[in-house]
Design a protein around this ligand. Structure first.
Ligand SMILES: C[S@@+](CC[C@H](N)C(=O)[O-])C[C@H]1O[C@@H](n2cnc3c(N)ncnc32)[C@H](O)[C@@H]1O
Length: 360
């Protein structure tokens, strides 16, 4: 049993809450949830992400977008949606990169899809550009191919967890008593969840199942849009290809990983994520009629997109101090033990062309 003040997250019930519903409240409850009340990014926050440490990363994503537009035959209207833009760092750099590519700049329509009102405000402050539209759904995108992009978007959407005991699935839940005591419980999985989990080859025969039900619900309208208009979804996330039945939910506070115990004692003060199952994503895209490029590591993708050559060009015009910072961040993005291989890249798409850069 753990103690934490839960009244403010509107969690009072004695009825056990599934892990994903519980974490959802802690992260996104309006005004008080972690992402609804705190700017978590950067050295003074709780964690850093590629766009918040390196403009080079965002520039490369911009270059990849231009290459995707070219591969699709330079359509006159080309939609770009950033999923979960955080503090807006990536789109800010993309907008300035675009200025050097007038034909593409004319074609691109930029949309930001963000759940947290608090972060939306920060995004509006950081990128004041009239061309950007914040959207709550994808209905405004009606013409032209669409590329969705998310960096650490999918890992921020809470997952469900199940134990498989003698071929029966039991869902992990938290029960809250007296507004303060958190008790871990397992209950029989719902018929609907069991049936959906069964459809995934990737999840068969596991002793401990992690299932991103909410994430897949988020993907449904995205996949529908891609199937209708053509285009694709590029996701970069901390995740795996081989799963070892472990609990991958993790929490960081002040740029340090904290234990599950500390997390439960500090609800609302730390970020909570889980590792992304890239094989499951691949299976889901394929099931829904998208084609999928080979899943690659962040290092592979960024190197194929020419990040090292770009850094060498930029370096020539930099002060020693800036050179040093760029080298440090570059190795953070690329080194195997840092983000280089822990982070993976997946591209699900619908298009006649299969030759998108970055994966071969
Ligand atoms: C870990 S942050 C990553 C931010 C940014 N992409 C970056 O790399 O710096 C996750 C982002 O996704 C947003 N987010 C999470 N779930 C979402 C959802 N269901 N719909 C829209 N945005 C969501 C969060 O509010 C936050 O902006």
């Amino acid at each position: 049993m753990m103690r934490s003040n839960l009244k403010k997250f509107k969690i009072k019930s004695k009825t056990p809450l599934a892990v994903d519903d519980f974490i959802e409240k802690i992260l996104y409850e309006p005004k008080v949830g972690y992402y609804s009340s705190k700017d978590p990014f950067g050295k003074n926050g709780d964690f850093i992400t590629s766009p918040t440490i390196s403009n080079l990363f965002s520039e490369i994503i911009g270059i990849w977008l231009i290459s995707a537009w070219e591969k699709m035959g330079k359509p006159k209207i080309f939609n770009f949606v950033e999923l979960g833009p955080g503090d807006g760092s990536l789109t800010k750099v993309i907008i300035s990169t675009l200025k050097k590519f007038p034909e593409f700049n004319k074609a691109i329509k930029i949309y930001l899809y963000e759940k947290s009102l608090f972060l939306k405000k920060i995004q509006r402050q950081n990128i004041s550009n009239k061309r950007i539209k914040w959207i709550k759904n994808f209905n405004p995108i009606k013409k032209g191919p669409v590329i969705f992009f998310g960096n650490e978007f999918f890992d921020a959407i809470p997952i469900k967890q199940f134990s498989n005991i003698n071929n029966e699935l039991f869902e992990k839940c938290y029960s809250v008593e007296n507004n303060i005591d958190i008790i871990e419980k397992f209950r029989r999985a719902s018929k609907k969840d069991k049936a959906q989990i069964k459809t995934f080859e990737t999840l068969k025969k596991l002793k401990f199942v992690e299932f991103p039900k909410k994430g897949l619900i988020e993907l449904n309208p995205i996949i529908k849009k891609i199937n209708k208009l053509s285009g694709g979804i590029l996701l970069i996330d901390y995740g795996y290809l081989n799963y070892n039945n472990s609990n991958t939910i993790q929490s960081v506070m002040g740029n340090k990983k904290i234990s599950a115990e500390t997390m439960l004692k500090n609800l609302g003060k730390s970020d909570i994520t889980s590792l992304v199952n890239f094989n499951l994503l691949k299976e889901y895209f394929l099931k829904n009629n998208l084609k999928v490029k080979k899943v690659v590591t962040q290092r592979f993708f960024l190197e194929r997109m020419g990040i090292i050559e770009r850094a060498q060009i930029l370096e020539k015009k930099m002060t020693n101090e800036k050179q040093k910072y760029m080298k440090e961040t570059l190795s953070r993005l690329l080194e195997e033990k840092q983000m280089g291989s822990l982070f993976k890249v997946i591209f699900g798409y619908k298009n006649k062309n299969n030759n998108f850069f970055g994966f071969e």
